[in-house]
Design a protein around this ligand. Structure first.
Ligand code: SAM
Length: 238
């Protein structure tokens, strides 16, 4: 997959995505990441990319033309352009799965008070990573690119690692444990030590359902009657 970011601060994306699994995905060629800076598409001596807002108010607004030109530089026929904004669709695992299907993603990162509104129609999607306001779109791009990159086949060494995890199938994942079997007096649940795959699978799915009902009842799918522990299934959606 190819990803480009239209950003005034490429290092804010490049650095965090140079480490660990995504960094390796880049060096192994699963993910190609490029940057284009609107400042390189200005014509004045000061390379100005922002100006005061019409109508007054605090802060500066990124001008449309440098962003437009930068986008034009990287946009191809098969590109899917995402404008990062707190006003956009809320990013979640379903959106990550949708974006992982695309051949080429282009992220437009705003800064300051945001970008001139006339740029918005150039995007295929407006995307927010949550109901809070960041200083710029760059940290949002890092979050989205990370979540999408790990869904690219081959990036995780075991492709099934993304099948049973949190949010896939509408449930939080059951907890994990590793050695030692007893740590500071706390034992690993016996089912996980049983070596019985059926029992382990049942423990994981039951625990995932209970955990989801407790922590995120808005997520959970229906629970079969025999699995409902007294009173705890209250929050499940029908
Ligand atoms: N004035 C804008 C408003 O109130 O909606 C906020 C602008 S914010 C300070 C600057 C830039 O950060 C935005 O243009 C956007 O690219 C990015 N940004 C801020 N919060 C975000 C979020 N929750 N999700 C995605 N991008 C965000």
């Amino acid at each position: 997959m190819r990803v480009d970011a239209v950003t005034l601060f490429p290092e804010m994306i490049d650095r965090p995505l140079s480490e660990s699994i995504v960094g390796r995905a880049r060096t192994e060629g699963f993910l190609e990441l490029g940057f284009v800076n609107p400042r390189d598409f200005t014509e004045d001596r000061h390379r100005t990319v922002d100006d005061k807002p019409y109508g007054g108010g605090t802060g500066m607004v990124m001008m449309a033309e440098p962003v437009y030109r930068a986008l034009k530089k990287v946009r191809k026929k098969n590109s899917f352009v995402i404008l990062l904004t707190p006003k956009g669709r809320r990013f979640d695992q379903a959106a990550a799965l949708e974006l992982a299907e695309k051949k080429h993603l282009v992220f437009i990162c705003g800064h300051y008070e945001g970008i001139d509104e006339r740029v918005t129609p150039l995007a295929d999607m407006e995307l927010s990573i949550g109901d809070y306001v960041l200083t710029g779109g760059e940290p949002a791009a890092v979050v989205v690119i990370d979540a999408v990159a790990r869904l690219i086949p081959g990036v995780l060494k075991k492709d099934d690692a993304t099948v049973n995890e949190t949010f896939t199938g509408g449930l939080l994942e059951a907890p994990h444990y590793t050695r030692p079997g007893v740590w500071r007096g706390k034992a690993v649940p016996p089912a996980l030590l049983s070596g019985n795959h059926k029992l382990i699978a049942e423990w994981r799915s039951g625990t995932a359902r209970e955990l989801t009902a407790k922590e995120r009842p808005d997520l959970a799918g229906p629970v079969p009657a025999e699995k409902k522990p007294g009173g705890r299934s209250k929050g499940f959606k029908k």
